[in-house]
Write a protein that binds this ligand. Sequence first.
Ligand SMILES: Nc1ncnc2c1ncn2[C@@H]1O[C@H](COP(=O)(O)OP(=O)(O)OP(=O)(O)O)[C@@H](O)[C@H]1O
Ligand SMILES: [Mg+2]
Length: 112
Amino acid sequence: MKKIEAIIRPEKLNDVKDALSNIGVNGMTISNVMGFGKQKGHTQIYRGQEIVSKLLPKIKLEVVIPTKKADEVIATIVNTSKTGEFGDGKIFVFDVADTIRIRTGEHGDDAI
Ligand SMILES: Nc1ncnc2c1ncn2[C@@H]1O[C@H](COP(=O)(O)OP(=O)(O)OP(=O)(O)O)[C@@H](O)[C@H]1O
Ligand SMILES: [Mg+2]
């Protein structure tokens, strides 16, 4: 299994969520987060002092999927959240050791 953690623009959440549902993703976790990337949310001068990084609101989307589905999920997130402008976000991919559905005790792909 893989965990895909995507940092995306808040206004793209609905499109990404719908596109993932359409390709059979059964569950996901969404958080409101703050962050900055390479442009540091536009460096500013405030009262003569450079503000090093400005935190911008972003959405963190976490989804755990069977490994064979990872490429499709990543492509779907990229296609639906890309504008081509700075700040489109980033996707991090992790190996997942196991998943357990608490209600039934199922493990692995069956628990996703
Ligand atoms: N290296 C990183 N580690 C953790 N989070 C990151 C990292 N880079 C970006 N993020 C998160 O992704 C959000 C969007 O980053 P962003 O798309 O601006 O990255 P970037 O590298 O500056 O790319 P771009 O040049 O396209 O803007 C950030 O606000 C932050 O929450
Ligand atoms: Mg950036």
